[in-house]
Ligand binder design. Structure first.
Ligand SMILES: Nc1ncnc2c1ncn2[C@@H]1O[C@H](COP(=O)(O)OP(=O)(O)OP(=O)(O)O)[C@@H](O)[C@H]1O
Ligand SMILES: [Mg+2]
Length: 404
C-alpha cells in the first residue's frame, strides 16, 4: 500500500470532474479538490496548487500549456506531479512538448475509469517505472504501414521513402504549412541507413538501445527517440553505431510497428536489402510494400525472388512495383510486359532518372519539396502519393459505408 496523496483537479468540464471524482473514490484514502478553470486562467495560483498538493490534474486546453508547465516547473522544481488529460487526440509533438516541459503523465479523455484510477495510483506510487503507453480513441482508424524494399543498392529507395512520406503529409492552406496526416519515417536499413544524412538530422541512439537493451518499444520509447524534421515528419533514424542485423526479435519489431500505427496516419519504413528474421514481422504488418527495381533482367529476377520470399510469410504480400530511374513510358516496351508477367503484377509507379535534382536535395540535406519541388522526380513522387491518399480515402469511405 502507498501513502494517501492529495489531488487537485483543474478543469472546466463537468464530465472530467465526474470521471476523476469516480476514479479517486475507487482508490482508498486519496483526497480530491476541484478547481474550476484551466492552466492559463489560474495563472500564478498553479504554483500554490503544486506546493500544496501532491498531484495536479489539468485539462489540456491550449497549445501554450506546455509553455505554462515549463514556467511552473521552473518555479516549483520537481515538487508535485502533473497529469494532463486531453479531450482530443493531440499530435505526438505536442504530447512530447508537454512531457519535456515536466508533465508526468498524459492521458486521452474520455479514458476508461479503471485506467484513470490505475494511472493516478501509479503516480501515487513513488518511483514507479511502469510504461506510459495508451491507446488512441476507439473508432479512429490505425495508420497505414508502407514498406520500401530496394532490389539492389543505389536504386533510389531511401530517396523515395523520405519524399513519399513528405508528400503523404498532404499539405493544405495558402502557404501549404498545415498537414492533414501525421507521418513517420523509420530507417531500418540498420547498417547503411542514410535517412538522417538525407534530412540533415542528428542520428538518434533509439534503435541502438532497442537492440542492445532488448527494449520492447512503446509510446514512451517513441517519445524519446523520434526526431522531428522541419517538414513535420517524425523520423526514427538508423543506429548511430554499428550493430548486427539480427539484433532485433520479431516481437520487438511487431511492437514497434504496432505502436507507430497507433500514433501516425502513415508510417514509411525503409528496409534493408538483407533478408533478416525480423523482416517477417514487417512483411506481416505492411499495408503496402513498394518494391523499388529497374527494368533490367537481373533486377526483375531479384524482385521475383523477393516476392517469393515474402510469400513464405504471407500468402498474398501486398507488393507493388516501383520502377526507378525510368520515366513512365507512353507505351510499355516488350521487356516491360515480360517483367509484368514474371512478377504477376503491373509496373505501377515510375520514378524518372533525375540525378541533378536528386543530388541538389542530397547535398543540401533537404526534401525534394524544399530543394526542387517542380522537378520531374518530385512530381512523380507527388503523383504516387496522391494515388495512395486517394485509395486510402476510398477504402475508409467503403468501411464507413459497410459499418453504417
Ligand atoms: N530517380 C533518381 N534519379 C537519379 N538519381 C537518383 C534518383 N533517386 C535517387 N538518386 C540518387 O541515387 C543515389 C542513391 O539513392 P538512395 O540512397 O535513395 O538509394 P537507395 O536505394 O536507398 O541506396 P542504398 O543501397 O544506399 O540504400 C543518391 O545519390 C541519390 O541522390
Ligand atoms: Mg537506402
Amino acid at each position: 500500500m502507498t501513502d494517501p496523496i492529495s489531488i487537485i483537479l483543474l478543469s472546466d468540464s463537468d464530465a472530467m470532474n465526474e470521471a476523476v471524482g469516480t476514479a479517486v473514490a475507487q482508490l482508498d484514502g486519496h483526497t480530491l479538490k476541484l478547481c474550476d478553470g484551466n492552466l492559463a486562467s489560474v495563472n500564478g495560483s498553479a504554483v500554490q496548487f503544486l506546493n500544496a498538493h501532491d498531484l495536479l490534474i489539468f485539462r489540456v486546453s491550449d497549445t501554450q500549456d506546455a509553455e505554462v508547465v515549463r514556467k511552473l516547473r521552473g518555479q516549483v522544481g520537481g515538487s508535485g506531479m502533473l497529469m494532463a488529460l486531453c479531450d482530443q487526440d493531440i499530435p505526438l509533438s505536442e504530447a512530447r512538448a508537454l512531457k519535456q516541459a515536466g508533465v508526468d503523465e498524459i492521458l486521452p479523455f474520455p479514458v476508461a475509469r479503471d485506467e484513470l484510477a490505475e494511472q493516478i495510483q501509479r503516480l501515487a506510487t513513488p518511483r514507479s517505472m511502469l510504461p506510459t503507453i495508451y491507446t488512441r480513441p476507439a473508432g479512429q482508424p490505425l495508420g497505414q504501414i508502407i514498406g520500401i524494399c530496394p532490389v539492389r543498392g543505389g536504386i533510389g529507395a531511401s530517396t523515395l521513402a523520405v519524399n513519399l512520406a513528405d508528400q503523404l503529409q498532404d499539405r493544405t492552406g495558402f502557404f501549404r504549412k498545415r498537414t492533414r496526416n501525421r507521418v513517420a519515417v523509420v530507417d531500418l536499413d540498420l547498417q547503411f541507413g542514410s535517412i538522417a544524412t538525407e534530412l540533415d538530422l542528428p542520428p538518434s541512439a533509439g534503435l541502438y538501445k532497442m537492440g542492445r537493451d532488448k527494449v520492447k518499444p512503446d509510446r514512451t520509447f517513441l517519445e524519446q527517440c523520434l526526431i522531428r524534421h522541419d517538414s513535420g515528419l517524425e523520423v526514427l533514424t538508423a543506429p548511430d553505431e554499428f550493430m548486427p542485423l539480427d539484433v532485433f526479435s520479431g516481437n520487438q519489431m511487431t511492437a514497434l510497428i504496432d505502436t507507430l500505427r497507433q500514433e501516425f496516419d502513415f508510417v514509411v519504413v525503409d528496409l534493408p536489402r538483407s533478408l533478416v528474421d525480423w523482416l517477417d514481422a514487417i512483411v506481416s504488418a505492411c499495408d503496402r510494400m513498394l518494391l523499388v527495381t529497374d527494368s533490367t533482367v537481373p533486377s526483375i529476377r531479384q524482385a521475383y525472388r523477393l516476392i517469393d520470399f515474402f510469400a513464405q510469410t504471407r500468402l498474398e504480400p501486398p507488393v507493388e512495383i516501383v520502377v526507378g530511374h525510368e520515366k513512365k513510358p507512353l507505351f510499355k516496351a516488350g521487356h516491360h510486359g515480360e517483367a509484368e508477367k514474371v512478377l504477376g503484377r503491373a509496373l505501377r509507379y515510375w520514378l524518372p532518372h533525375d540525378p541533378r535534382h536528386a543530388r541538389i536535395a542530397l547535398d543540401r540535406g533537404q526534401l525534394l519539396s524544399q530543394a526542387a519541388s517542380g522537378c520531374a522526380l518530385s512530381k512523380a513522387i507527388r503523383a504516387m502519393s496522391r494515388e495512395i491518399l486517394h485509395e486510402t480515402q476510398a477504402h475508409t469511405d467503403e468501411r464507413t459505408r459497410d459499418a453504417a
